[in-house]
Design a binder for this molecule. Structure first.
Ligand SMILES: *[C@@H]1O[C@H](CO)[C@@H](O)[C@H](O)[C@H]1NC(C)=O
Ligand SMILES: *[C@@H]1O[C@H](CO)[C@@H](O)[C@H](O)[C@H]1NC(C)=O
Ligand SMILES: *[C@@H]1O[C@H](CO)[C@@H](O)[C@H](O)[C@H]1NC(C)=O
Ligand SMILES: *[C@@H]1O[C@H](CO)[C@@H](O)[C@H](O)[C@H]1NC(C)=O
Ligand SMILES: *[C@@H]1O[C@H](CO)[C@@H](O)[C@H](O)[C@H]1NC(C)=O
Length: 241
């Protein structure tokens, strides 16, 4: 492991966040598209809104090699609408609760990191959230049923984690209709809530879990949506005994 390089990149990451906070609060800088590249093949980018001055509304960092945690200062970008950290080797630790300060957040993708801890209950305070993707991490604990309180939520992907417990019944009664629900490759147990049978999902996947019982009549999903579970039964799997 090239420790020195890692440290340098970690500092540029933290520096970058500080830089964003500076632009976010500056009165003198022009709005624009700062775009800093950290290393070949790596990208740090941020975007301001051309109509609303001095506000960082999007932060994307992907394919960099740093060992760090998500800095709590991310909560100091109050106008952030999109947060994407993807494929950063060894971002460990939990999702910081300061994220709840980001009232405009619509899009969260924290994928291919090494995040631990729960899918936080406090995400249900982000009332503008439409897209939540926490796939390919080490998240554990159960899926908070309070996510169903989010009035605009359309996409939920929590695949490839270590989640346990049941699929919340409340997901069948969101104010919006969930379009995507991908929960494959976890350790979820119990049955698939009947309430989900009423939803017209574009994409749905609960394969590779420990689910059991009768599959509710979801439309148009095949064997591969449900395979590798403990004892799910009914079409498109074998009928229940
Ligand atoms: C930032 O730079 C990368 C690499 O040069 C480019 O692919 C990406 O589109 C840029 N992003 C923005 C928002 O300009
Ligand atoms: C996560 O941590 C494990 C164990 O330290 C490591 O093997 C793996 O490469 C890490 N994955 C990422 C995406 O950082
Ligand atoms: C990930 O972080 C852990 C703990 O800080 C460290 O032991 C490990 O070497 C790191 N792995 C990589 C791939 O950076
Ligand atoms: C969530 O992130 C994963 C991993 O990067 C990606 O493969 C998947 O398409 C994303 N899901 C959605 C619904 O965008
Ligand atoms: C569901 O996820 C599994 C595991 O990732 C995958 O093999 C399967 O093709 C997916 N099913 C559908 C219908 O996309």
């Amino acid at each position: 492991m090239d420790h020195k390089r890692n440290t340098t990149l970690l500092f540029s990451f933290l520096f970058f966040i500080t830089y964003l906070i500076t632009i976010a609060s500056s009165k003198d800088l022009c709005p624009g598209t700062p775009n800093t590249t950290a290393a070949p093949g790596s990208t740090l980018s941020a975007r301001g809104d051309a109509t609303v001055n001095h506000r960082v509304i999007s932060l994307s960092i992907y394919t960099v090699q740093i060992s760090s945690q998500i800095p709590p200062e991310v909560g100091d970008l109050p106008y952030l609408e999109k947060l994407m950290l993807h494929k950063i080797t060894n971002i460990t630790g939990q999702i910081p609760s300061t994220i709840t300060k980001l009232k405009y957040l619509r899009f969260i993708r924290l994928s291919w990191l090494n995040l631990t801890g729960p899918v936080p209950d406090f995400l249900s305070q982000l009332m503008n959230l439409e897209y939540l993707n926490l796939s390919f991490n080490q998240l554990s604990g159960s899926i908070p049923s309070s996510l169903a309180l989010l009035p605009k939520l359309l996409y939920v992907e929590l695949s490839r984690n270590k989640l346990t417990g049941t699929i919340p019944e409340s997901f069948g009664s969101l104010q919006t209709e969930l379009t995507y629900l991908i929960l494959s490759h976890n350790q979820l147990s119990g049955s698939i809530p009947k309430s989900l049978g009423n939803i017209d999902f574009q994409s749905f996947n609960v394969s590779y879990n420990r689910l059991c019982g009768l599959i509710p009549s979801l439309q148009g999903f095949d064997y591969y949506t449900y395979f590798h579970n403990k004892c799910l039964c009914g079409a498109p799997l074998d009928s229940c005994k």
